[in-house]
Structures are given as structure tokens and as C-alpha cells.
Design a protein around this ligand. Structure first.
Ligand SMILES: Cc1cc2nc3c(=O)[nH]c(=O)nc-3n(C[C@H](O)[C@H](O)[C@H](O)COP(=O)(O)OP(=O)(O)OC[C@H]3O[C@@H](n4cnc5c(N)ncnc54)[C@H](O)[C@@H]3O)c2cc1C
Length: 448
């Protein structure tokens, strides 16, 4: 019996994927055209899809592996995120990022396995320090409220026996060049990436063993003894499918009423002039996460592949169960970005933003992945709970292991997560969640 699944929505991203736009143009991968066969088809070319492709090329070498990406690589959330690969608990649903101790220890083990996997990939594919940097992470506070958040998080990581270093205002200024932060918390296990450069270079390295197709959205699946995937111009017949589409797993008909489609927003300046770089001071590459989860993330990147020295601010969340945001929502977030930028960088107050964008996150109420075998030889690696650089990488690795029957302690630990819990009904969900987020943003005060 063949089961036919019509894909109800293909991704639509609003605003540019700035991290990709600032790089020199990439040589595109072909669009799928005609009928082909493969041993493995991975749907989605973000962190999850490329991690699954990499893992499969290691454990099923010689098999024909295909990645089908609906848009261009690094044009979706993979080229829109702030590039923090965080090893410690980073639960966006929580007041302080942290959760229960046992769960957090498990989370740290799993996150570190994903970061190690990425570090090895970066090494094997010759990525520079600006593309993947195992530099740890800094969380910054600018008010007594922010400092309280740092103190409470600190108690938690002390209990977990994790290394840390508290930074004072002068050390924060030496890093960033600005007087804004009064305190910082450095933890060593995280990494930072230029997300679009990372995706492009990972894909280039993988393309020796994996066939990648861009602008090839899967619009229909026929599931049977052999599965058939259809794109607008082509078809692939395969035994095994890994759906690495994050929240769009719902567009394939799975996990309905179980996933939260949150969006967050960012703005990036034009390249700073040498005189502005001088005026700013501080280090050339840095990132600061907000002590309050509703606060503003800031990154400075130095020139990479023609990108110039730039600053990026990210804040504001909305819940959009339609999986799309409007240009008006980006404009509304822009006001908050400009305010955050002016508060932090008064010496650069005439520097305009060149790019503004929004991007999808997929969360579950109980902060678990939407993972597993959905149908015979059809696997889901979705719902990365806002930390897809790490949790997506992990779920891609785990989906490949599960599908290829590779048993490991880490897979068993990963499989032990509960399934995503059911959401409250609409309109209460969207109205309630958006109102709560606005209230928490207001509470964040100068941390925003
Ligand atoms: C502004 C912003 C800042 C963020 N900062 C961070 C951060 O610092 N650290 C962090 O870890 N995370 C961050 N995130 C979240 C992170 O970007 C996501 O969690 C991550 O991209 C999810 O990875 P993924 O590969 O699972 O999904 P995606 O990156 O969404 O990739 C899925 C891919 O599937 C494709 N697809 C969907 N449907 C189809 C189809 N029908 N056919 C073919 N392809 C399809 C999509 O086009 C997409 O490219 C941020 C996100 C935003 C928007």
C-alpha cells in the first residue's frame, strides 16, 4: 500500500539571510531535474541535514546520499542565526536558560558531542577560525536585573561543576569596546561560527561524497516498499528518508498541534569604516549573549570573504503558527534593534543597518526534539528548540545512526526523550504566548 503525503507549505523566509548576503557569491548546486534513485534522501540542507549527510557518509560510505534543499543553502534559518554553538543548558522557555540538574547534565553531554562533531568537520574541511571558533561564550549584563540573572545562572553551573570566569565592566569593555556591560560570565565550552560560511564550506566538503540539490522543495512523498519524493522538476526513488526540515515537519503532516513556531529577528550594519573600527575599539571578533533570555544578542565580525567589519543585534520574539512573518513584523523589530544598537554603540550612532531579517525557530512546550521513525524508513530530525547549530547537528547525527542501525550510548540517551507535548488550543496559544513575550521583553528593561 502506498501512502501519499502532499506537502502543504514550502519555506518562505522574510528579509535577507544577511550572513550569506555579506559573503562573496557562491557557486550554486543544481536543481533536481529528471528521475533519479538514491540509497538515502535527506530533506533540508541546514545544520541538521548536513550533519545527517556527514554522518551517513561516514557510516554508510559507498551509498548514494542526496540532500534536497527547498531554497538556496544558507538562505533559510541556517544563514540567519547568530552562530552561537552553546554547550551549557540554553532553554529559551526558562527564566534563566537552565533546567533541572539531571536533564542539564544530559543536555551538556549531548551538546558537547555535537560541538565535537562540528569541530572535527571544520578541521577536516579546512575551515578558518572566523568560520568555526572554539572560543567559549560570554553572557553580558547591563543592569542589576541582568546581574541577578548571571548570579542565578552561576549558582546553577557551579552545581554542575562547570568552569567559568566572571568578567568585570573593564574586561567587557576590553572585549567589546563599549561601556554598556557592567558584568560578564565567560564559559569555555561553546563555539562561534559564521553560520552561512560554515554551511557553505560544510556543503562544499560534503559534495565530494553527497549530491546536493538547491531550489528543489519536496512537494509530495509516496511511501511504500520504495519511497518516491517529488520536487517541481524531478523525482527521487529511495529506500530511506530523513526529514531535516525543523518546524516544516508539520508541512509534511507530522507533529500537528505539538510544535511552537517562534520567530526571532536581527539587524546588521553596513561595513564599518577603518575610522569607525578605531573609534569602537575592542576585539575584532566577539559575541555577547544577553543575561536575560529576552535581551539582545550582539556580535561583531571582522572581514571574512569580502564581508567587511560589521555589528549585528538580535532581539524580539513572536509566535507565528503560520510559519511565516510579514515585512511589517520585521519593521516593528527594527525599532527595537535600533534602540538596542544606540544604547550600546553611541560612538557609532550614524552607522545605518544594511540588513534586517526574521527567521524561524521550532520549539516544543517540554523542550524536547520531534525525533524518530515516523513511517517505515522515514525519520524525523526536527524541533531544535532554538539551538539548531548544536541540537540540529545532534539530531542529524542521531537520525543517521538510528536509520543505519548504529547503536550507541548517546543514541539511547537521545531516544529517551519524551515526545513533544500537546499545545493549548488556538486562539489562546498565540494570543497568550505573544502577550507573555511582550511582557517579558518589557521586564528585560535595559537588557533589551
Ligand atoms: C535571528 C536568529 C538567531 C539565531 N541564533 C542562534 C544561535 O546563536 N545558535 C543556535 O544554535 N541557533 C540559533 N538560531 C536558531 C537556528 O537558526 C535554528 O535552530 C537552526 O537553523 C535549525 O536548524 P535545522 O537544520 O534543523 O533547520 P533549518 O536551518 O530551518 O533547515 C531546514 C531546511 O529545510 C528546508 N526545507 C523545509 N521544507 C522543505 C521541503 N519541503 N523540501 C526541501 N527542503 C525543505 C529549509 O529551506 C531549510 O533550509 C537562531 C535563529 C534566528 C532566526
Amino acid at each position: 500500500m502506498t501512502k501519499v503525503i502532499q506537502v502543504t507549505r514550502v519555506p518562505k523566509d522574510t528579509g535577507p539571510a544577511a550572513w550569506n548576503a555579506i559573503l562573496e557569491a557562491a557557486t550554486p548546486y543544481p536543481q533536481l531535474d529528471g528521475d533519479i534513485t538514491a540509497d538515502w534522501v535527506i530533506v533540508g540542507g541546514g545544520f541538521t541535514g548536513l550533519a545527517a549527510a556527514r554522518r551517513l557518509s561516514q557510516i554508510a560510505s559507498g551509498d548514494k546520499i542526496i540532500v534536497l534543499e527547498a531554497c538556496g543553502l544558507a538562505e533559510g534559518p541556517a544563514g540567519r542565526n547568530s552562530g552561537f554553538m552553546i554547550d551549557l543548558p540554553h532553554d529559551l522557555n526558562s527564566e534563566t536558560y537552565a533546567g533541572a540538574a539531571d536533564e542539564d547534565l544530559k543536555q551538556i553531554r549531548l551538546n558537547r558531542a555535537a560541538i565535537d562533531f562540528t569541530a572535527q568537520l571544520a578541521k577536516d574541511f579546512g575551515m578558518s577560525q572566523q568560520v568555526f571558533m572554539g572560543c567559549g561564550k560570554v553572557t553580558g549584563a547591563a543592569s542589576s536585573r541582568g546581574e541577578k540573572h548571571i548570579q542565578s545562572y552561576l549558582q546553577h553551573i557551579k552545581a554542575l561543576q562547570e568552569d567559568y570566569r566572571l568578567l568585570d565592566g573593564a574586561e567587557m569593555k576590553a572585549l567589546t569596546g563599549i561601556d554598556f556591560y557592567t558584568q560578564g560570565l565567560y564559559t569555555p565550552g561553546a563555539a562561534m561560527i559564521q553560520p552561512a560560511a560554515f554551511i557553505r564550506q560544510a556543503a562544499r566538503g560534503l559534495s565530494k561524497t553527497v549530491s546536493i540539490y538547491e531550489n528543489s522543495p519536496v512537494i509530495e512523498m509516496q511511501l511504500g516498499a520504495d519511497h518516491l519524493l517529488k520536487t517541481p522538476k524531478g523525482k527521487v526513488r529511495t529506500k530511506n528518508i530523513i526529514l531535516a526540515v525543523n518546524g516544516h515537519i508539520q508541512s509534511f503532516g507530522y507533529f500537528n498541534k505539538k510544535l511552537l513556531h517562534a520567530f526571532t529577528y536581527a539587524s546588521m550594519t553596513r561595513p564599518l569604516t577603518p575610522e569607525e573600527v578605531e573609534r569602537l575599539g575592542g576585539e575584532a571578533n566577539w559575541g555577547v549573549l544577553p543575561a536575560d533570555p529576552m535581551g539582545t544578542t550582539v556580535r561583531r565580525v571582522s572581514n571574512l570573504m569580502g564581508s567587511g567589519d560589521r555589528l549585528t543585534v538580535r532581539n524580539h520574539f513572536t509566535l507565528n503558527q503560520s510559519l511565516e512573518v510579514s515585512q511589517a513584523q520585521i519593521q516593528s523589530a527594527a525599532k527595537s534593534h535600533d534602540k538596542a544598537f544606540r544604547a550600546r554603540f553611541p560612538m557609532l550612532d550614524t552607522v545605518p543597518m544594511e540588513y534586517r531579517w526574521g527567521g524561524r525557530l521550532c520549539l516544543s512546550l517540554n523542550s524536547v526534539p520531534a525525533f524518530g521513525e515516523l513511517e517505515e524508513r522515514v525519520y524525523s530530525a526536527a524541533c531544535q528548540n532554538g539551538l539548531g547549530t548544536v541540537k540540529g547537528t545532534l539530531s542529524g547525527m542521531m537520525a543517521a545512526d538510528l536509520a543505519a542501525n548504529v547503536d550507541s550510548a548517546i543514541l539511547r540517551e537521545y531516544m529517551a526523550y519524551d515526545p513533544p507535548s500537546r499545545l493549548p488550543p488556538e486562539p489562546f496559544l498565540s494570543v497568550g504566548a505573544n502577550a507573555t513575550m511582550r511582557w517579558k521583553e518589557w521586564l528585560a528593561g535595559s537588557e533589551l
